[in-house]
Design a binder for this molecule. Structure first.
Ligand code: NAD
Length: 305
């Protein structure tokens, strides 16, 4: 497959690198010139638990410079950059191009559908972890899975083909008819840990060590899951609470991406997480006071940056 990755930061580089190693033809599309140049000059450096290696053969350029049409475009910008990124990649999206978003949060399917016919949009969730350590250098500790589904066609031929290709790269991917359950449960997890850590400055472990942190995280999970149920999505409360508790106990030093964004003075993905949950809660007539307060706090933090 001719695969292009739109937004080749931490996750895009990890996925692009593994796909290239598995024999796919991969092009990384980004606007970070230093990162693109480093990959063109010396390949991608990928550090995992088991190895530290260089991956060659990746093409790397700005989205508007990508030649021809991709068979698959994998969107991995932060959610707040989806719109301009897809606009600049418009010439690379042909009548047969499948577009897959594995970004966190809600509203991604709608954002992609503004640029691509819904029959060619694939949605999904991944919990693979990745960090960009510098230009051309990505690290991923631990393991994850990928779940995908066609937005319109469900388990369509396109979804199966894409799942097979990602699975063949070792990304543990399968088509999942209950993908919305995975997406919403990850939103609950992120709404709890990302927004609370970003607003408080706490690491995940510090949040878990304070009774107030544990109680607030629980409120967040319950609010998000109430909205998910109102949207007709079956979610598992205990599974979500357990994954939050697991992270608090085992990923104590972790600074969630939204906290890293605040510390670096960057805008966060709060709009795609708390913002989208609040919008859906209002439509359903559900009160989500903790979600709304944290959204307001993060907007204030962003405003003063
Ligand atoms: P990142 O910031 O490392 O990478 C985003 C990349 O997009 C950057 O390299 C940036 O230069 C690029 N970009 C910005 N504007 C662009 C544009 N107009 N055109 C092309 N590229 C552009 O972010 P990330 O950590 O890789 O996260 C990507 C998405 O995946 C987010 O939605 C995130 O929530 C989600 N996610 C992240 C992780 C993780 O562990 N990092 C895990 C699961 C899901």
């Amino acid at each position: 497959m001719n695969i292009s990755i739109l937004g080749a930061g931490a996750m895009g580089s990890l996925f692009g690198g593994l796909l290239a190693e598995s024999g796919q033809k991969v092009r990384l599309l980004d606007i970070d010139e230093r990162h693109l140049e480093a990959i063109r000059r010396q390949g991608l450096r990928l550090e995992t638990d088991s190895s530290d290696r260089r991956i060659d053969g990746l093409a790397a350029c700005r989205p508007e410079q990508a030649p021809g049409h991709a068979d698959l475009l994998l969107v991995f910008t932060k959610t707040l950059h989806t719109e301009p990124a897809l606009r600049s990649a418009a010439g690379h999206i042909g009548a047969q191009t499948l577009v897959l978003t594995l970004q966190n949060g809600l509203g991604n399917a709608e954002a992609v559908s503004r640029h691509v016919a819904r029959e060619r949009v694939l949605i999904g969730m991944t919990n693979w972890p990745a960090d960009l350590l510098g230009p051309g250098h990505v690290r991923s500790h631990g393991e994850g899975v990928v779940r995908v589904l066609g937005l319109e066609g469900g388990a369509s031929r396109g979804a199966s083909q894409v799942a097979q290709v990602l699975d063949g790269a070792g990304l543990q991917c399968r088509v999942d008819r209950d993908v919305w359950t995975s997406i919403w449960e990850k939103v609950a997890f992120n709404a709890a840990l990302n927004s609370l850590c970003a607003a408080s400055g706490c690491t995940v472990g510090q949040l878990g060590a304070a009774p107030e942190g544990v109680a607030l995280a629980r409120h967040m999970v319950l609010e998000v899951l109430a909205v998910a149920r109102a949207a007709g999505v079956a979610v598992d409360e205990q599974r979500c609470l357990d994954s939050v508790a697991f992270a608090m106990a085992n990923h104590r030093d972790h600074k969630p991406s939204m906290l890293q964004d605040v510390l670096a003075g960057r805008a966060t993905e709060i709009g795609a997480i708390n913002g989208e949950v609040l919008a859906r809660a209002r439509q359903a007539g559900i009160a989500v006071p903790h979600t709304e307060t944290l959204l307001g706090l993060l907007r204030l933090i962003e405003a003063r940056m």
